[in-house]
Design a protein around this ligand. Structure first.
Ligand SMILES: N[C@@H](CCC[C@H](N)C(=O)O)C(=O)O
Length: 328
């Protein structure tokens, strides 16, 4: 038997598959097929999810494992902040380690277990990097600039300022007032920039952030390959960086920020190095279900899910209770 997990970070939900359990690991095509079917909100498993996290062996020194991220539509992403926390928890428990690195598409990232936020609310801190504002790294085109940092882009919206940053997956961030956050602009822009468009040929994760107070933001994200999510870890990290750069007078580098989102909250710390930036993302890593399935079933083209044996945990109740009492 193979055991999958259903997990979430700020209610950004994923299925997690450790390929090292399989005699014959799933091929890339099989992984995409599994991601597309299992995450479907109507016909998938357990009301679907936002993506599939695939764990496999890393051949890099001092690295505990490798994470691949497949969005609900089957596209691959170079990073996933909320996902990395849950993969970090998984590897920490598997190898009995508290601090280590995980290989991701572009770099090996630091992970460290934090004290539990409450009973059954595990917390993990992950490194979000490398960071780039270069048009080629996102990529974006046809905007008459090689970088976009807090600039008007009338092609996107008349009165808003936008920043484009790769962490390393691509993000478009705008700091907005509440009425814009409540409007349908995020959905319209997110949809437009994730279809064929002249600006972001590979699509982009679009986040609107509202400043609630000097150390507290609310961030909502329309994700590439998914649509609206409860939270996007890299989006909240990118928004924290854009916020720190936009308000230098607040001296936000190295300060702990709280980032609320529709699924709860995380904490971030933005760091400046000699040549770039990196962000620490701290938040819950919650296992909601264990799912036992035979290896042969995972290889099937049409997945039925009826033979998948599901065991629920009580961690989501603990998470909800913690959020209800600690998140105003
Ligand atoms: N939810 C993730 C980001 C997942 C990848 C993204 N949709 C992309 O295509 O870049 C996060 O928590 O960072």
């Amino acid at each position: 038997m193979v055991q999958l997990q259903k997990v979430h970070g700020s209610q950004n939900q994923f299925f997690l598959l450790d390929q090292t359990q399989l005699k014959a690991p799933l091929t890339k095509e099989e992984l995409v097929n599994l991601a597309q079917q299992i995450t479907k909100r109507d016909t998938g498993l357990l009301n679907g999810a936002d993506g599939l996290l695939v764990v496999s062996k890393s051949h890099h020194p001092q690295v505990l494992g490798k994470m691949q991220v497949i969005n609900a539509d089957g596209s691959f992403a170079s990073m996933c902040g909320n996902g990395l926390r849950t993969v970090g928890r998984y590897l920490a428990q598997k190898y009995h380690k508290e601090t280590f690195k995980v290989e991701t598409m572009q770099s090996d990232l630091r992970v460290s277990c934090k004290p539990d936020w409450a009973q059954d609310v595990k917390a993990v801190s992950v490194e979000i990097s490398p960071v780039s504002f270069q048009a080629n790294d996102l990529p974006f085109t046809n905007l008459g600039a090689t970088q976009l940092i807090n600039q008007n882009v009338p092609e996107f919206a008349p009165n808003l300022k936008f920043s484009a940053v790769a962490v390393p997956n691509p993000h478009l961030i705008s700091l907005v007032p509440n009425n814009i956050l409540q409007s349908n602009l995020l959905e319209k822009l997110g949809t437009r920039l994730n279809q064929k468009n002249p600006y972001f040929p590979d699509g982009v994760n679009v986040s609107f952030a509202q400043v609630l107070n000097a150390h507290h933001l609310f961030v909502r994200t329309f994700e590439r390959g998914v649509g609206f999510t409860n939270a996007c870890g890299t989006g909240m990290s990118a928004a924290s960086l854009v916020y720190a750069l936009t308000y230098p007078q607040e001296h936000l580098f190295g300060q702990l920020l709280t980032i609320s989102n529709p699924g709860g909250f995380v904490q971030t710390k933005v760091h400046r190095t000699a040549h770039s930036y990196w962000i620490e993302l701290i938040g819950n890593a919650t296992i909601t279900h264990y799912i036992d399935v035979t290896e042969s079933e995972l290889h099937e083209k049409q997945l039925g899910f009826s033979n998948f044996k599901i065991t629920s945990t009580t961690e989501n109740e603990a998470y909800q209770k913690f959020m209800a009492t600690h998140h105003k």
